[in-house]
Design a protein around this ligand. Structure first.
Ligand SMILES: Cc1ncc(C[n+]2csc(CCOP(=O)(O)OP(=O)(O)O)c2C)c(N)n1
Ligand SMILES: [Mg+2]
Length: 899
């Protein structure tokens, strides 16, 4: 195994020879400088490879602290007082979870995570994290299930009451409860970033740090004093998202970013790397990606032992001990440690012979030593040129006593017996009487106590208490009329809604008020969407500018990277793009600066690829636009099964604060975007927009009068029924009436079906455009609920039933999405309502073939209408059956859902 390779370093069998080699190197550096020394080192390494001298990966160092004792800085705090504060916070964090579970079995919570991380947070709170009372400060991503510790600290500060702590995980009573984890949606004045879906925190933090630089480099905000801190678990590092952004952080030199990975060697079920060494593995990964790595492994009690370890035997033992063994040492007493850690080698045994078994038990891991943690944070904040990761060794459940500490069950522990609590109290030396222990009472030393005065002073000096989320952004004006006037006029030239959007985005970027706030986010598909002109016009953001001459520099629209570039061209990472969306979409709160992100993505790789992040965006109260381009299972026709998106609108419809639209025309799209900007940035609503864009070209009609409200609510009448009464040989008889509904590209098919029905079958159908079934459903649910709760009042009629009432004939809805989309409103429509859609796996073919296959082309829409007319008695069944035949529809065709 890789760490075994350290073995060959030790012991030093010829120290004199070693000194000679080192002296030579010293001499070269002194006489000829570092460059020459580096040259020689590289030569030596090459020669060693040629001679088959195996070397460990040079991305890994020995299993000791990166910062040696003599390099540790002066600790500016009152260590004794901070120790007492930490103990109080520890106690209350535990009391809160115990009390909640004593009263409501199964309500849950975590004891062990914060217990292992308490010092990591306390050093940050007392000495590093910048508050945001006057101006935006640091952005801290707290490890989700360490939340009890943050509440306990806020309690000590006087920001939370006992009653609020007693409402941990009981949020239903408005304003009373504390969220299980960081949820800005539920505690908008406290939490800033949702982190508990593991892996999303690290990714978000990286893109947050990058976005801070983006704002700075574009001259929108001076973010040079702000840092991003992310507190993460070692188990969490297994998530692909945790590591996904490492290289971009290094590439862009994000020295405003600090990761603190709490390596307690355990995750939920057991050890993170029982058979290996997670800290070493992570060191290699991060260093390989270009990060500055600081390891905090051992507490100060080891310093003396390491200083006396002249033969390197102790370090070798540290290198070779597995994480599973270290976990065992954490729960075993000094005698066991003496025998199994120091014992196998007589020289090591001798090294600790002056220490008692108790002393050996008290040899702490580095993450519980305040000074070591302080030294690491100080070094991290002083470091320039690259992001820093601090890998901290701790014990999970530290201080919680032998039943919990470092046990495999520790993650799920949420109860302590009275006896265990007593041990805990004694360890923390808190004046809580035995008689009260059974209630696990909170402990507060009083508002005037030295502890409270100290943390207040510290937070004041650092700019205000944390965690805190503050919104003090001014509303933005509406887009100027030039932004969307042209779309109301329509266009004779055939264009797609994607092309219309590109133009709209360009107009927005040119809007003098809003232009600088627009953040186009694109995961390597700008050309697909026709957005590459933006590259030249506003530039692609690149932290270092453009250091090469682009291959297309002689073209008018060349590839232009710039330090103040506006486009976030993310490369092929939808997850990274979502993280950028979150950073930009929450900038109104985290930077007091409202930014308007438009994230334009390949439809299929949006909600189903990164749905968890979209959910978190809703939680974070993110504002912005998600533009799902190349949408529609048949409209994107050549790409086939994995690309053809026919269901994202259903996935989106589950997000409570989303406003999802599938516009058919440029004017609909423009109205939706205007509404979005006004709603989110003018009125400050915490909603966000999902808008699908299609790539089928057709001429765009002019906007009919008075449709704006209908577009925004999700439905309006687009075309009246043709006047057919008395025509088509029907004498003076009234023509059968029907209503057709469609959205997106498929509205074209619906309009064609209207003509087909009129011309071939004398059916007079109206056509409705339904840009948002999701919002129609939402409105109908609200009306239903009101009616349910107010039986004595006049019932409210949902908007969809107002527009599509009982009269007017059967209704057929067709979209490029699964039938479940139009079905969202079926409950409020007449029984004759029929949904047509693209259920089943997509495939590649021409649009015509696909639409015929999925039964959403004009003949199928017409056939469905005729069938509905016959079912409700407006047409003889035989006539309907014959008509289906005339339309060329095969009634026995295979169901596309089944293949
Ligand atoms: C995406 C995701 N999967 C699973 C979980 C459930 N979960 C919560 S904490 C945890 C273990 C965390 O271990 P680690 O990251 O090492 O944190 P520690 O508590 O040890 O500091 C798990 C599996 C989650 N929150 N998010
Ligand atoms: Mg862990």
């Amino acid at each position: 195994m890789y760490f075994d390779e350290f073995k060959h370093q030790l012991p030093d069998i010829d120290p004199q020879e070693t000194d000679e080699w080192l002296a030579s190197l010293d001499q070269v550096v002194e006489d000829e400088g570092e460059n020459r020394a580096r040259f020689l080192m590289f030569k030596l390494l090459k020669r060693a490879r040629q001679l088959h001298v195996g070397l460990p990966p040079l991305t890994q160092t020995r299993y000791i602290n990166t910062i040696s004792p003599e390099q540790e800085p002066f600790f500016p705090g009152d260590e004794e007082l901070e120790h007492r504060i930490r103990r109080i916070v520890r106690w209350n964090a535990v009391a809160m979870v115990l009390r909640a579970n004593n009263r409501f079995t199964g309500i849950g919570g975590h004891l062990a995570t914060y217990a292992s991380a308490a010092s990591l947070y306390e050093v940050g709170f007392n000495h590093f994290f910048k508050g945001k009372d006057e101006k935006p400060g640091d952005q801290v991503y707290y490890q989700g299930h360490a939340a009890p510790g943050m509440y306990a600290r806020a309690f000590l500060e006087g920001r939370l009451s006992e009653d609020q702590l007693d409402h941990f995980r009981r949020e239903v009573e408005p304003g009373a409860g504390l969220s299980s984890y960081p949820h800005p949606r539920l505690m908008p004045d406290f939490w800033e970033f949702p982190t508990v879906s593991m892996g999303l925190g690290p990714l978000s933090a990286i893109y947050q740090a990058r976005f801070n630089r983006y704002l700075h480099n574009r001259g929108l905000r001076d973010t040079s004093e702000q840092r991003v801190w992310a507190f993460l678990g070692d188990g969490e590092m297994d998530e692909p998202e945790s590591l996904a952004g490492l290289s971009i952080a290094a590439r862009e030199g994000l020295d405003n970013l600090i990761f603190v990975v709490n390596c307690n060697l355990q995750r939920l079920d057991g050890p993170v790397r029982g058979n290996g060494k997670i800290i070493q593995e992570l060191e290699g990964l991060y260093r390989g990606a270009g990060w500055n790595v600081i390891k905090v492994i051992w507490g100060r009690e080891w310093d003396d032992l390491l200083a006396r370890d002249v033969d390197g035997l102790l370090v070798e033992q540290m290198n070779n001990t597995l994480d599973g063994e270290f976990q065992k040492f954490s729960v075993s007493g000094g005698a066991y440690i003496r025998e199994h850690f120091f014992g196998p080698d007589a020289r090591l045994r001798k090294l600790v012979e002056h220490l008692s078994d108790d002393d050996l038990t008290r040899l702490r891991r580095g993450g519980h030593d305040y000074r070591k943690v302080y030294a690491a944070y100080k070094a991290a904040t002083d470091y320039t040129g690259a992001p820093t990761v601090i890998l901290v060794h701790t014990v999970k459940g530290w201080t919680l006593g032998p039943g919990v500490e470092a046990r495999n069950i520790t993650h799920q522990a949420k109860k302590l017996s009275e006896a265990e609590l007593k041990v805990f109290r004694d360890r923390l030396e808190l004046p809580i009487p035995d008689a009260k222990l059974k209630d696990a009472p909170y402990y507060h030393p009083g508002p005037d106590s030295p502890e409270v005065a100290y943390i207040r002073e510290r937070r004041q000096a650092l700019g205000g208490q944390l965690p805190k989320r503050i919104v003090r952004v001014a509303p933005l004006p509406s887009p100027a009329s030039q932004v969307d006037a042209e779309f109301a006029a329509g266009s004779q030239i055939a264009v797609s809604t994607t092309m219309a959007f590109t133009r709209l985005l360009r107009n927005l970027i040119r809007d003098p008020n809003l232009g600088p706030r627009i953040v186009p986010i694109i995961p390597d598909e700008a050309r697909t969407f026709g957005m590459d002109p933006l590259f030249k016009e506003v530039g692609i953001y690149a932290a270092v500018g453009q250091r090469y001459e682009p291959v297309d520099s002689d073209l008018v629209l060349s590839y232009r990277e710039a330090k103040d570039g506006q486009v976030l061209e993310e490369g092929i990472t939808e997850a990274g793009s979502m993280a950028s969306l979150q950073a930009a979409g929450t900038s109104y709160a985290s930077h007091d600066l409202a930014m308007i992100p438009f994230y334009i993505f390949y439809s299929m790789f949006g909600f189903q690829r990164t749905g968890d992040q979209v959910w978190a965006f809703g939680d974070a109260r993110g504002r912005g636009f998600m533009m799902g381009a190349t949408a529609g299972r048949t409209t994107l026709h050549g790409e086939g099964l994995q690309h053809d998106d026919g269901h994202s609108h259903i996935l989106a419809s589950n997000i409570p604060n989303i406003r999802a639209y599938d516009p058919a025309f440029a004017y609909e799209l423009a109205a939706v975007v205007r509404d979005g900007i006004e709603r989110m940035y003018g009125h400050g609503e915490d909603v966000f927009y999902y808008v699908t864009l299609h790539n089928e070209n057709y001429s765009m009609p002019a906007k009919p009068d008075g449709v704006d409200d209908g577009i925004i609510r999700g439905l309006y009448r687009l075309a009246e029924a043709p006047a057919l009464d008395g025509k088509n040989g029907a004498g003076k008889a009234k023509a059968p009436r029907a209503r057709l509904v469609g959205s997106g590209s498929i509205l074209q098919q619906v309009l064609a079906a209207q003509s087909l029905l009129a011309e071939q079958f004398g059916v007079a159908a109206e056509v409705y455009s339904a840009p948002s079934f999701q919002l129609l459903r939402r409105d109908a649910l609200e009306a239903d609920r009101w009616n349910r709760l107010h039986p004595a009042d006049e019932p409210r009629v949902p908007y969809v039933s107002q527009v599509l009432g009982p009269d007017g004939g059967p209704i057929v809805a067709a979209t490029d999405w699964v039938k479940a989309l139009p079905d969202l409103v079926s409950r409020w429509l007449p029984d004759s309502y029929i949904s047509l859609g693209t259920d089943g796996f997509g495939r590649s073919d021409t649009r015509e073939a696909l639409r015929s296959f999925f039964e959403i082309d004009p003949p199928q829409i017409a056939a469905a209408t005729l069938a509905a007319l016959s079912r409700c008695g407006s047409l003889p069944a035989k006539r309907a059956a014959a008509a289906i035949n005339e339309l060329g529809v095969d009634p026995d065709k295979t169901d596309p859902l089944s293949v």
